[in-house]
Structure formats: structure tokens, C-alpha cells
Design a protein around this ligand. Structure first.
Ligand SMILES: Nc1ncnc2c1ncn2[C@@H]1O[C@H](COP(=O)(O)OP(=O)(O)OP(=O)(O)O)[C@@H](O)[C@H]1O
Length: 203
């Protein structure tokens, strides 16, 4: 149910951490157990809708002109170009989730975290840290999704992410993703602080 009157809107949760740190693993699990409570934001794109895709559902479909205008207005948390198309997560898209009474979960990298901190989103910040560079490398290889060059690049970027995460006050919670079940329990407790609610989650 959408919040009314003085009911505070759910605060977005920003999940960051090195690529391969386990963000997708945790967020997928969270959404499976709490499908009505958590939601992802709808991204903007300048590519054309495909098939049955609807504006505002799969994406917010916009023109290049409108996209660039929003960039100039600092309306994006993150944006990037893939091929000839632009994609981005807007501040408003995150607010839209909160306005529906759901907690928006954002999976973003360091620069995005800094950007969120400049907004009025009042987010909570969680950092997923791999136990070591060696373990991270093993997981990235085990995932079998990246070429060698991409793995090396991700490991280099990981060092920067971990360094930034050491800045006092940047994150509300740092979880070392060593043993999956232990990390999940900490992750779940941060996202759903209420024990009773956790006890009645969907299986
Ligand atoms: N605690 C864990 N123990 C062992 N393997 C794990 C653990 N957590 C995640 N993994 C595995 O590590 C790999 C990377 O995890 P995942 O894809 O969730 O990372 P990510 O942070 O979402 O990465 P990206 O930012 O690149 O999307 C996956 O194959 C996942 O199954």
C-alpha cells in the first residue's frame, strides 16, 4: 500500500562493492523472499522499445535530447553509453519506487554512491566486500562471464572500491562476503531489520 500523510517513505538501500563481490546474488535472493517489499528502479534508455516493452515498465524510453537534458540537470545517479544508446538510473526513478511504498534497492558502483550522497534520497548504504583479492579473482573466474582483460580490469577497480569503503561514514554497514549463508543473514538483517517480518518471508 502506498504511504499516506505522515507515513515515512521507505529509504532506498544502496548496495555497492567490487564486481564479483556478490551484489547480484544477495539482491536476487532478497527479492525472491520479499517480492512486494523491495523493487528496482526503472532505468532510462534512448534505445527504442522492443516487442511488448512498455514505457515506464521495462524502461523509461526517452529521446537523446531529453536524456542529455537530464544529464545536464544532474538528474542521473549513474549513466553510461552502450553501443549507440544511452542508459541511466535517475534520481526520480528511485523516488518513484519509494512513492509506491516499496524500498528501492540500487546496485551501483563507487561513483554512483558518491552521486547518491549528493541527492536528497536519504539512502542507507551497504558495502559487500570480498574476503580477499585472491577469493574475488577465483569467483570472477568461476562465474565464467568475463574475458581475462575484463577480469584484470575488475580486480584493479576492486582495489579502488575497497579503499573508498574505508572512508569513515561512507557506509552504514560493511559485510565481508566470505561464507555465503553468514553474509546473507547479515544482508537480510540490514535490509529487513524487523525479526518478525524476517520470520514470515516467502521461501
Ligand atoms: N559467499 C560466496 N561464496 C562463494 N561464491 C560466492 C559467494 N557470493 C557470491 N559468490 C559467487 O561469486 C560470483 C560473483 O557474484 P555476483 O555475480 O553476485 O557479484 P556482483 O557483485 O553482482 O558482480 P557484478 O557487479 O559484476 O554484477 C558468482 O558466481 C556467485 O555465485
Amino acid at each position: 500500500m502506498a504511504p499516506t500523510g505522515t507515513t515515512p517513505q521507505p529509504r532506498p538501500i544502496v548496495v555497492s562493492g567490487p564486481s564479483g563481490g556478490g551484489k547480484s546474488t544477495m539482491i536476487t535472493r532478497l527479492r525472491k523472499h520479499y517480492p512486494d517489499r523491495f523493487s528496482l528502479s526503472v532505468s532510462h534508455t534512448t534505445r527504442a522499445p522492443r516487442g511488448t516493452e512498455k514505457n515506464g515498465v521495462e524502461y523509461n524510453f526517452v529521446t537523446k535530447e531529453d536524456f542529455k537534458k537530464l544529464v545536464d540537470e544532474n538528474g542521473f545517479i549513474e549513466h553510461a553509453q552502450f553501443g549507440s544508446n544511452l542508459y541511466g538510473t535517475s534520481v526520480q526513478a528511485v523516488k518513484d519506487v519509494a512513492e509506491k511504498g516499496q524500498t528501492c534497492v540500487l546496485d551501483i558502483e563507487m561513483e554512483g554512491v558518491k552521486q547518491v550522497k549528493k541527492t536528497d534520497l536519504n539512502a542507507r548504504f551497504l558495502f559487500l566486500q570480498p574476503p580477499s583479492v585472491e577469493v574475488l579473482e577465483k569467483r570472477l573466474r568461476g562465474r565464467d562471464t568475463d574475458k581475462e582483460e575484463a577480469i584484470q580490469q575488475r580486480l584493479k577497480q576492486a582495489e579502488k572500491e575497497v579503499e573508498y569503503a574505508k572512508t569513515p561514514g561512507v557506509h552504514d554497514k560493511i559485510i565481508v562476503n566470505d561464507e555465503l549463508e553468514k553474509a546473507w543473514a547479515e544482508f537480510e538483517a540490514f535490509c529487513v531489520p524487523d525479526e518478525t517480518e524476517r520470520a514470515s518471508r516467502k521461501q
